[in-house]
Design a protein around this ligand. Structure first.
Ligand SMILES: [Ca+2]
Length: 174
């Protein structure tokens, strides 16, 4: 009898936890710091050209790719142009071909829903500047199964049009 009561309380407790946790799990825009202010990336980048997730909950945006480059690259490492301005250990997406246009980059692993980052249907070039772990991309389909594509570690893709994936990625798992 005592066990049943404990079980019942446990179930009730789980029920409450699930209910309160639900709002936090809803899809919401990613909050980033830009010029000392907090902005919701899903509503636009407010002029920023590069946004970097240093860790979950720590996203910072910059006016230029060069500025992001300086902030994300280890001190002493020489800055570079093109795909190499995606620093070591980061995964980078660009809005345009040949690693140009707005740049979104992550160092933290996880599933990233690009609508929350104002990047859904916008990726054209990709560089995974890390030696291990690739990336899986998903294109949501209203009918039938979602499309999936895979990107290898240390691989660069200058134009996803080559694979038919230009401006199609909705979600990445990195
Ligand atoms: Ca899509």
């Amino acid at each position: 009898m005592k066990l049943f009561r404990t079980m019942a309380m446990l179930v009730a407790a789980i029920g409450i936890t699930t209910t309160t946790a639900a709002p936090a799990m809803a899809d919401t825009g990613v909050i980033a710091t830009y010029h000392g202010k907090r902005i919701d990336l899903s509503k636009g980048w407010q002029g920023a050209q590069a946004c970097a997730e240093f860790a979950v909950g720590d996203v910072r945006c910059y006016d230029t790719a060069a500025e992001a480059d300086m902030a994300t690259r280890p001190a002493g490492e020489v800055a570079a142009k093109g795909m190499w301005d995606c620093p070591g250990t980061w995964v980078c997406l660009w809005q345009d071909e040949n690693y140009t246009g707005r740049r979104l980059q992550w160092s933290a692993a996880g599933t990233k829903k690009l609508a929350n980052w104002d990047f859904r249907d916008k990726t054209t070039s990709v560089f995974l500047n890390r030696v291990q772990r690739g990336m899986e991309a998903v294109n949501y389909r209203t009918l039938g199964l979602d499309d999936h594509s895979f990107y290898c570690a240390s691989c660069a893709y200058d134009n996803l049009a080559a694979s038919g994936w230009n401006d199609k990625i909705d979600e990445v798992k990195i």
